[in-house]
Design a protein around this ligand. Sequence first.
Ligand code: SF4
Length: 475
Amino acid sequence: MALIFRFFFGGQAQNYLFLWGMGGTFRHLCRRKHPQTLKCSHVHARMSEGEHERVYAFQTEGVRVPKRRCTRSWQKGFTLLRSGIEVENLCQTHIFSGKRRTFVAVKRNHRYMAGIYVHIPFCRSRCAYCDFFSTTREGELPHYVEILCREMKERRDEFADTRVRTIYIGGGTPSLLSATQLQRILDCISANYAVEEEAEVTVEMNPDDRFLPHVNRISLGIQTFDDDLLRLIRRRHDSQTAVCAVKRLQEAGIRNISIDLIYGLPGQTMAQWEHDLDTAFSLGIQHLSAYALSYETGTLLTRWRDEGRVAETDEEISVAMYQRLCQRAREAGFEHYELSNFALPGFHSRHNSSYWTGEPYLGFGPGAHSYDGQRTRRVNEADLDAYFNNPLKGSFERLSTTELYDEAVMCGLRTRRGIDIKQLAVRFGDTQRAYLLHMAEPHLRTGRLVLTDNRLRLTEQAIMISDDIMSDLMA
Ligand code: SF4
């Protein structure tokens, strides 16, 4: 029985690769239409299937592919993984070296999807706890938007023939943009990248700023509904303004609203936190991100702590606050889909989820990060003047296999879906899979981890010690 496997490379018809013939012959038709027959001793069953890809295993025996046959479509679009080593260039002679070998092929179900992050590094004032890159030079926003558009245009080849399924405008304070400026940014993205019609478009907003049209998701930086604590951490809004902002968004037709809260603020009591949760879950929001306060180097809050003006919250109180948060979210019907993120069914942040599953993304603006979905990270310099001088300047980091493995473990354990053991073996090999299961064993015995449906997950009791467990499992 003949089987046809079709491999899409960038969705281009001329880039198709066909394999056929179970236990017989398989052929490929490359972009230059050079048919090449190879022996294929066996095509194994499909190994796994995710949202974006299917994984097959097959064995070849012996026909060497002449170097001239290797086209860019082989080299670029087709990822072949062998013994955990990602082979990026199929011209390597050991791939078709004459011996019978088993390979694993990844078939993309769609053109590769991606996210775009746009950084708006302007704030009216600086909050006491924040170490994000931003400036109060708000007057330079119009010029900034033009430079930003230049960067987006010049880098468009990085995501050529790739569908963009999420756009995230973050900061800083994106809600300082005018509606026209935001429209200009979105138009520039649409003109240079293939944005899906149903793309998730998120804008971060502060409660005291105006609402921006043209988006379908808002992330509102509320942090707490306690006015004394808001003043202490130097937020500009008060609790009433925050509540009104949510209502205004709802009246404007936004059906996907996320709010940010912080717990463990200096002097914050359980009663205050309970009040924050009461208010949050009474507002009809769809998504909640809640973070424990951290004292970052160089912030005002850290200086106050070092001077003895504020005290860090006891760890037991922070743990109790987190546990109460999980409980309240569950009671309100929210899914705890990532350590710090909760959402009603169907309202997980698609953009942030793509970071945890290792999808490629492009980041624009000073300090923004990009990732090609393979091994390369790019970081733009976090300096506004340097960015104005040359918006295309960035530094690149090539991730080692160990770093990729560690990241896969860390990101997988952060999410409710957990680590996909089969996929991990495909990417990093059976030895690494065995290592992971060996290191997980003590935690499986004590119930901190569970292994079901080939996925390794943290149990709720282990969330508070997730850092320790992650570091145990890392290479
Ligand atoms: S928390 Fe947000 S608004 Fe406050 S300084 Fe940081 S980026 Fe700006």
